[in-house]
Design a protein. Structure first.
Ligand SMILES: C[S@@+](CC[C@H](N)C(=O)[O-])C[C@H]1O[C@@H](n2cnc3c(N)ncnc32)[C@H](O)[C@@H]1O
Length: 354
């Protein structure tokens, strides 16, 4: 892509509108439509920049799911299974899914209210996965979603902030017909808290696989956590920091390339025959405490936001208790920190990595 001054201006404009949507959708009159793609150029610019960054968030989510023995792809491997990327934009969620999935789905449905986005996303999938598209017979669909469609896996990314209540209901109804649901959103307070609300809507019917270590109510929705939010930081590929194009992107848009905050939710349908091993309200088999956000590093100790079935609380970890863990917490981007803890008051007495 050869970039003109207008391209950078347009990117800045798009970013402004995403931020506006994110901030305003905290209020009841949500339902802005900020990403009305004006042209294929818009989509190409977005895909080369914001979508790549979103792709690194998806990579972090897939890595966590692998590390924590997460979803695997049993649903995706079953014959005839369809994966849906809802609000696909340039299809980055589907593309990262296909790059990570141990076995490909039979069908991929790329859905967006913008026909230009759907066509662009399908082109990108074909270009990135020529053998899947041509030889393995992956069917790529971009038409309206059939009313009774029951996806093996539903992907949706950076879209909740654009939805009015009716549209959110439409997405939730599709989620309720899905085997697995993976949602990735920005790491802002408003986006993350929206995701916590979606978790509350769906957790009765699904097992929460990640980021939570439990099936209880989201601790971030407790009144005492109203200024806090569940989020994480992904680590961009190291090449990005040597790349002149990304340096320009960072300067032009005032974006710190090192900071890639995101929030996410991974759900799996509870098997209807076998009762869940982890009913709502209990800790999962894995259990443990998930460390959220960025620890606050102070002299000789760190303050951590720790989440488990009892809620979210701030705990203190002395550096000398576990120097290796302390180092991981100092630069926590890309770290999946799930711990088994013994705690006295606020202080961690003993710690074990899970
Ligand atoms: C910020 S973009 C994100 C695109 C992509 N999911 C990603 O992560 O890069 C939001 C996308 O959602 C689409 N969208 C917004 N509301 C929608 C709706 N009600 N139904 C389908 N698509 C929608 C927009 O057209 C846009 O392409």
């Amino acid at each position: 892509v050869n970039w003109t001054a207008q391209d950078w201006e347009r990117l800045a404009e798009l970013r402004e509108r995403f931020l506006e949507a994110d901030a305003q959708s905290d209020t009841p009159e949500a339902g802005l439509a900020p990403s009305d793609w004006r042209s294929a150029r818009d989509l190409a610019l977005y895909d080369a920049t914001f979508a790549q960054r979103i792709g690194w968030k998806w990579d972090a989510v897939f890595r966590e799911l692998r590390l924590r023995g997460g979803l695997g792809s049993p649903a995706a491997a079953a014959p005839g299974v369809v994966v849906v990327d809802w609000g696909c934009g340039t299809g980055i969620a589907a593309r990262r899914y296909l790059a990570s999935a141990p076995s490909p789905p039979a069908r991929l449905h790329l859905w967006d209210r913008s026909a230009a986005a759907r066509a662009f996303a399908a082109e990108c999938v074909r270009a990135e996965q020529p053998s899947l598209a041509n030889e393995a017979g992956l069917a790529i669909e971009t038409g309206p979603l059939p009313a009774d469609l029951a996806p093996g896996c539903l992907l949706a990314s950076h879209v909740l902030g654009e939805l009015g209540p009716g549209e959110l209901d439409e997405l939730l109804a599709l989620a309720r017909r899905s085997e697995q649901v993976l949602l990735v959103e920005p790491g802002s307070r408003s986006a993350s808290r929206r995701l916590s609300t979606v978790r509350e809507e769906l957790r009765g019917e699904f097992e929460v696989v990640a980021p939570c270590t439990h099936q209880a109510a989201c601790g971030m929705l407790a009144p005492e956590q109203s200024t806090n939010w569940c989020h994480f930081f992904a680590r961009p590929p190291s090449e990005v920091f040597q790349d002149a194009h990304w340096a320009r992107f960072s300067r032009a848009l005032g974006i710190d390339l090192r900071s890639l905050p995101y929030s996410f939710l991974a759900l799996r349908r509870q098997p209807s025959s076998a009762p869940s091993s982890s009913p709502p309200g209990s800790a999962t088999a894995g259990g443990g405490v998930r460390i959220l956000g960025r620890p606050r590093i102070l002299k000789g100790h760190a303050l951590l936001d720790a989440c488990d079935a009892t809620g979210v609380r701030e705990l203190a970890l002395l550096q000398r208790l576990d120097r290796g863990l302390f180092r991981r917490l100092e630069d926590s981007a890309g770290e999946v920190v799930v711990l088994s803890l013994e705690v006295e008051g606020k202080r961690i007495r003993s710690v074990r990595n899970l």
